[in-house]
Design a protein around this ligand. Structure first.
Ligand code: AMP
Ligand code: MG
Length: 348
């Protein structure tokens, strides 16, 4: 199959993408978080293609992308007051709410669960595409299962060439990490299942009388693995990644690079501008990725997956990355870095 990359502008461009969706095909599309791999969310056979194209286990549910709140209402049984409030404040935007699913949503979308995740992307191309298709678009991130999510049309192409007919090109994704997922099915509680750019602090500020929890599974997966078999691989680069956080990251990285180089390893480093200044001279520029000023979470989030893919085709045997503090967007960044490193996070 030939995979076309199209920068959609005219109604005919969107009609073409919509037509593919209506005929059961997959279309990758840009959002403000990452690129999605979309299918008709009301059609089980179309959604099955997503799992094949990604090589993804089919018990892992998909998110339904909607063009407006009326479309969300059709996909769920009820919108409780907390979910309604969050959607009023944060939609369109990087927030997915989990609600009881409507009967006509196929099981393949929800991984057999009685709940469904819905999200309205804050991206003109995405919403125009969904509106033209006229159905909710079921979509995970448009990467091969386990790999870093794509934030450009070119990275979608790297993973999906020959597997899908069309990639809508919207340039680089503004935010760079996947949406915050909140479970709103329990009365009086919202549970964050995945941290994102709608932060825990932002949600708590909107819901002062509601308990905002972090999911137990998420916290467990965020701990260092207790045995090698428990390693969780997601967002993973091709070579092993080790993450450093703390007050003296530059010195710790310096020591580690020297040690690895002496042992014959070729290590690349993903770090802040400040840290790379210290490392200049012991690691070549080609083996570094500059994520901007230290503590600038939005700069780090928007380049994180590009950084994790940058050294894919280079002669590199391991990766080192500088982490960050876990407040605000930092929580989402560290959640992805923990998973990308299989829990290999060192505090220095
Ligand atoms: P991705 O496939 O990379 O876009 O991520 C989608 C995420 O949404 C996965 O982590 C899913 O497990 C999660 N998700 C989607 N629907 C549900 C649901 N009904 N309940 C819990 N998690 C969900
Ligand atoms: Mg994903």
């Amino acid at each position: 199959m030939n995979t076309e990359i199209l920068r959609p502008t005219s109604p005919a461009d969107f009609e073409r993408a919509a037509q593919l969706i209506r005929s059961g095909e997959l279309v990758a599309f840009p959002t403000e978080t990452v690129y999605g791999l979309g299918a008709n969310g009301l059609d089980a056979a179309s959604c099955r293609h997503i799992y094949e194209a990604k090589g993804r286990p089919s018990d892992n549910p998909l998110i339904l992308h909607i063009a407006d709140l009326a479309m969300a209402q059709e996909a769920v049984c009820a919108v409780p007051p907390t979910a309604a409030h969050l959607l009023t404040v944060f939609a369109p935007g990087p927030l997915t709410v989990i609600l009881p699913k409507a009967a006509h949503i196929p099981d393949i979308v929800t991984g057999g669960l009685s709940t469904v995740g819905v999200r309205c992307p804050d991206h003109d191309i995405a919403r125009r595409f969904i509106r033209t298709a006229g159905v909710p678009i079921a979509a995970p991130s448009a990467n091969t299962s386990g790999r870093p999510s794509p934030t450009t049309a070119a990275t979608v192409y790297a993973d999906m060439a020959g597997r899908i007919p069309l990639i809508l090109d919207g340039g680089s994704c503004r935010l760079g990490v996947e949406s915050t997922i909140v479970d709103c099915t329990e009365e009086g509680i919202v549970t964050i299942l995945r941290p994102g750019a709608v932060t825990r602090e932002m949600i708590a500020a909107e819901l002062p009388h509601i308990e905002v929890r972090m999911d137990a599974v998420l916290t467990a997966a965020d701990e260092a693995p207790r045995a090698p078999g428990m390693k969780y691989t997601h967002y993973a680069p091709r070579v092993p990644l080790t993450v450093y956080v703390g007050t003296d990251v530059a010195a710790a990285l310096r020591e580690e690079i020297l040690r690895r180089t002496a042992a014959g390893e070729r290590t690349a480093v993903i770090a802040s501008n400040e840290t790379l200044t210290v490392l200049c001279g012991i690691v070549s520029a080609a083996h570094t990725y500059n994520c901007g000023a230290r503590g600038n979470h939005s700069a780090l989030a928007s380049c994180l997956y590009d950084a994790l893919r940058r050294f894919d085709n280079m002669d590199v045997t391991s990766l080192l990355a500088e982490g960050t503090g876990e407040t605000g967007l930092g929580l989402a960044i560290m959640n992805r870095l923990r998973k990308a490193s299989g829990g290999d996070v060192r505090f220095v």
